[in-house]
Design a protein around this ligand. Structure first.
Ligand code: KIV
Ligand code: ZN
Length: 529
């Protein structure tokens, strides 16, 4: 049996958080942040990490290459259009991985062929053949996707799939690119492809569904029931437009109904909640409270009848145990007497290797927090370390100090000092509509950057009055957006940190676009899927 043949009862998880997910508006992860997420995805046990789209920008190339070199375990793949320079770039970026894959695609729907590619079906066949052959000359493991397949003529898609298989593709992925399919229809289409292309049975059939009609997970599941053994999905369901199938939902669906469906993944599900939090923090995309599996309320019971039932017997109103997705994995508790060694051990248990100066900074922030809060939990530590990590990797403006006068009798006034990228400091003052508005405008003054707030979200890391506050913002500078999050016991400080990070990213992107043009950025991608 070929090493690429599907296993009958195992579904592979292909995570595209760093590629399709990163194409969400406002998300702009840099290499260090992508590496952090990739390392967590490896801990979670995903089978494949789609680390980016190497041809799209030097930044994306560097991120994919770094992940390929440093992340062990999963297959690492990079996306490539069915064009020679894309495939060269994808191979250069992934070749140092212990398990490299090239993922190439071209549309098979007439809408795309006529209007986007301005080409013909014959050309598409030729390009698919050449692309897979070229990819195969570099890598054993090659995935091919006929884009917009769910709106294409299935007979034509089958012809193109057959060509890809003839040239040696080892995974065939059938994208519902615009989230148009319905579960029965999608399942039937995959069954029809199996009939038209019997060779499909020797490779892994994959599904890639978008959530425009809220059916991405249902369609992916229908695909699995029809025989697909790889699901492409993203943490928290992020991705183009309405996003991709949510990784945690499809994984827990298969795990929870394993006895009935007879299929499972090999994911370490206790890492799901943590992965979700990390992706949310680094992307600035807040998880809605009622989101299945990882939402704050996914395991909360509000009604008295439900609470009563759960207290008597958990399974009365819970189909999953929260600990299986890591929601209550909050066992590490430190207090103000805990030392540096205990902190380092706790961080190691959480998967963070923190040494030297980074440990000193983490320890300082831990002590400040422990002075304000009786106990410091795993979730607090995780939030603090991720917050510090952002400063290390966002080369830009950092908060020095702030003063805010807030009163219900006069307009709030803020004064701030910011450490500028050249190491000097700048000050700004503003009298605004509210204390946070005043701080944000004062930060604009201190940095000399005219940033505009687009989104603002505020939450708490844990429960209780002394909880760490967490703020995430999206700002715009000269048409470019950036997202940032900040964590602190003082919510104004958290907001200021988040704002400065978002401003630093948006300003850097605006500078790149001004100097090198819009194609120099990884997202949004002019001709991307
Ligand atoms: O949605 C899509 O069609 C894609 C492909 C590149 C797989 O993202
Ligand atoms: Zn997609």
């Amino acid at each position: 049996m070929s090493q690429f043949a599907p296993e009958p009862d195992r579904v592979l998880i292909f995570d595209t958080t760093l590629r399709d997910g990163e194409q969400s508006p406002g998300i702009a992860l840099n290499t260090a942040e992508k590496l952090e997420i990739a390392q967590q995805l490896a801990r979670l046990g995903v089978d494949v990490i789609e680390a980016g789209f190497p041809i799209s920008s030097p930044g994306d190339f560097e991120a994919v290459q770094t992940i390929a070199r440093e992340v062990e375990g999963p297959v690492i793949t990079g996306l490539a259009r069915a064009q020679a320079p894309d495939i060269d770039a994808a191979w250069e970026a992934v070749r140092d991985s212990e398990r490299p894959r090239i993922h190439t695609f071209i549309s098979t729907s007439d809408i795309h062929i006529e209007h986007q590619l301005q080409s013909t079906r014959d050309d598409v066949k030729g390009q698919a053949r050449a692309a897979v052959a070229q990819a195969k000359s570099f890598a054993d493991d090659v995935e091919f996707s006929p884009m917009d397949a769910t709106r294409a003529d299935v007979e034509f898609t089958a012809e193109v799939v057959q060509i890809a298989l003839d040239e040696g593709a080892t995974t065939i992925n059938i994208p519902d690119t615009v989230g148009y399919a319905m579960p029965d229809e999608y399942g039937a289409m995959l069954r029809r492809l199996y009939e038209l292309v019997p060779d499909l049975r020797d490779v892994v059939l994959s599904v890639h569904c978008h959530d425009d009609l809220g059916l991405a997970v249902a369609n992916s599941f229908a695909g699995v029931l029809a025989g697909a053994r790889q699901v492409e999905c993203a943490v928290n369901g992020i991705g183009e437009r309405a996003g991709n199938a949510s990784l945690e939902e499809i994984v827990m669906l298969l795990r929870t109904r394993r006895a009935d469906v007879g299929l499972d993944t090999s994911l370490v599900t206790t890492e799901l909640a943590r992965t979700s939090r990390l992706v949310s923090r680094l992307t600035g995309y807040v998880v809605q409270p009622n989101k299945a599996i990882v939402g704050r309320n996914a395991f909360a019971h509000e009604s008295g009848i439900h609470q009563d039932g759960v207290l008597k017997e958990r399974t009365t109103y819970e189909i999953m145990d929260a600990t299986t997705v890591g929601v209550e994995a909050n066992s590490i508790v430190l207090g103000k007497h805990s030392g540096r060694h205990a902190l380092r051990q706790a961080l190691e248990q959480l998967g963070f290797r923190v040494e030297g100066q980074a440990l000193n900074t983490a320890f300082k922030r831990f002590k400040e927090l422990a002075d304000k809060k009786k106990t410091v939990t795993a979730m607090d530590l995780e939030a603090l370390v991720t917050d510090e990590l952002r400063d290390e990797i966002t080369a830009g403006y950092t908060l020095d100090w702030f003063d805010v006068e807030a009163s219900s009798r006069r307009p709030p006034h803020a004064r701030v000092s910011v450490v500028l990228p050249d190491g000097t400091t700048g000050e700004g003052t503003f009298t605004g509509d509210g204390p946070i508005d005043a701080v944000f405008h004062a930060l604009n003054g201190a940095t000399g950057v005219d940033a505009r707030l687009r989104e603002f979200n505020i939450g708490a890391v844990t429960e209780g009055q002394d909880a760490l506050g967490e703020v995430s913002v999206i700002v715009e500078v000269d048409g470019q957006t950036g997202s940032g999050q900040g964590v602190a016991t003082d919510i104004i400080e958290a907001a200021a940190r988040a704002y400065l990070r978002a401003l630093s990213i948006a300003r850097e992107r605006a500078t790149i676009v001004a100097e090198r043009g819009p194609d120099s950025l990884p997202a949004p991608l002019a001709s991307a899927p």
